[in-house]
Design a protein around this ligand. Structure first.
Ligand code: ATR
Length: 285
């Protein structure tokens, strides 16, 4: 599957430690093939203490940029010369763009990824249709809350096992929001038109997230950012009730699009073939 590169090939990669589990090389490699691009995207295993030097070296080597994954997402903000408003709001960067003048730009594309996935999977859902409930208060929750605020969602409800973390998140991002107790999420779900799980519950090897969904708006959507399995117990439960769902794998695919565009010059599409390819080794349920 390897392409022959020319001397002007564009280069990008993913910085992580470890990085061997990353699906980004498969994903970007698919698009490089699909769009016939003279370029390559490679895994870049870099230890935390080597991260700042590695980033500067990549820029010096002529790379167009890189994705950044665990454990470097906060360090990426510190090392950048320029940080987008969204990356600052979320408190982490997942995409670096090395600009022609040598400056390093840090962006967070999870906000875009979450919202574009929801739009692709449920094009009829409207952000202003009613209150949204976000479960969890980690880094992923920050991206989801920023996306919903930006999209014009009227009311945010949030619940997290550690209530103070949820309070802290909304104080920073959206102070008018309602913070609900974790053991009362069924009540918090009442009348919502969107529920988003950003916790690790439902992931393979973790407990499932199960609570009654029958009080939410029947025309609403349940989204999960967990994508292993692709259809979590929460999404299966919603589907059984006839509630529309949005699976988390699409967020992983959509968050990669802006980086690909910045480095390779094409805003790529998330197709069924791509979802099947990246999801090939991920259980469906
Ligand atoms: P990320 O940055 O990827 O979102 P994280 O910061 O570790 O990851 O956040 C994980 C989320 O899952 C948190 O909201 C966490 O709740 P706490 O803030 O109380 O830790 C939530 N979570 C993890 N295990 C959980 C469990 N067994 N029950 C409820 N929530 C859980």
């Amino acid at each position: 599957m390897s392409r022959v590169l020319t001397g002007s090939a564009r280069l990008a990669g993913v910085l992580g430690w470890p990085v061997s589990h990353s699906r980004s090389p498969l994903l970007h490699g698919h698009w490089i093939e699909e769009y016939g691009i003279d370029g390559a995207y490679v895994p870049l295993p870099v230890r935390p203490n080597a991260f700042p030097n590695a980033v500067r070296a990549l820029a010096d080597l002529g790379f167009a940029g890189a994705n950044v994954t665990i454990p470097h997402k906060e360090a990426a903000l510190r090392i950048a010369d320029e940080v987008t408003d969204l990356a600052r709001t979320v408190g982490a960067a997942n995409t670096l763009v090395f600009q022609d003048d040598g400056r390093i730009l840090a962006d967070n594309t999870d906000v875009f990824g979450f919202y574009e996935n929801l739009r692709q999977q449920q094009p009829d859902w409207r952000p202003d249709s009613g209150p949204a409930l976000v479960l969890g208060a980690g880094g992923a929750a920050r991206a989801v809350v920023a996306a919903l605020k930006q999209a014009g969602c009227p009311t945010l409800r949030i619940a997290n096992r550690t209530r103070e973390r949820a309070q802290h998140l909304v104080d920073a991002l959206w102070p008018k929001s309602e913070v609900h107790d974790w053991d009362r999420i069924a009540e918090a779900a009442s009348g919502t038109t969107l529920i988003v799980n950003t916790t690790s519950l439902g992931m393979q090897g973790h407990e499932p997230l199960i609570f009654p969904l029958d009080t939410m708006d029947p025309g609403g959507v349940v989204a999960d950012i967990v994508y292993t399995p692709q259809r979590t117990p929460l999404l299966c439960n919603a589907a059984r009730l006839g509630v529309r769902t949005a699976e988390g794998l699409g967020m992983l695919l959509h968050q990669a699009r802006p980086g690909f565009q910045a480095w390779f010059g094409v805003l790529p599409a998330v197709t069924e073939a791509l979802i099947r390819k990246v999801g090939a080794d991920i259980p469906l349920e």
